[in-house]
Design a protein around this ligand. Structure first.
Ligand SMILES: [Zn+2]
Length: 124
């Protein structure tokens, strides 16, 4: 049974999250996820959140991190603007409308239902 561990040890991880105040080289991308694959299976992911201090200040870091974690577990982009996996943040009346929606829960169920019955979460 797969187990997900949270740790600050960078030497042994499944998903690494790097927060930096640097700009992405293209000057506009807020975050990126690099997947390490064994065939079609994701074995690890590196998430980089750019300008993290500014994103935190603007209240955008949580949806951006949720989006990248979605990529880290194998989700692609959604065409539904209310989905956290929509390719960009949509702000209406100062409120981010993207959230973890049925798109994400159905995507995860579809992606993992064939070989995972349950995922354990252990926080160290
Ligand atoms: Zn994306």
């Amino acid at each position: 049974m797969p187990t997900l561990y949270f740790s600050e040890d960078e030497s042994n991880y499944d998903i690494l999250v790097l927060l930096t105040d640097n700009l992405h080289p293209n000057g506009k991308t807020k975050a990126a996820t690099l997947l390490y694959l064994d065939g079609k299976k994701i074995i690890a992911a590196d998430i980089t959140i750019y300008e993290s201090g500014l994103l935190y200040h603007d209240g955008e870091i949580i949806p951006v991190l949720q989006h990248e974690l979605g990529h880290a577990i194998g989700l692609g982009h959604s065409n539904y603007a209310g989905s956290v996996m929509f390719p960009s943040l949509i702000v209406v009346d100062d409120e981010i409308i993207g959230h973890i929606s049925e798109c994400e829960s159905e995507g995860v169920k579809t992606a993992y239902s064939s070989f995972v019955e349950r995922v354990e979460c252990n926080i160290e």
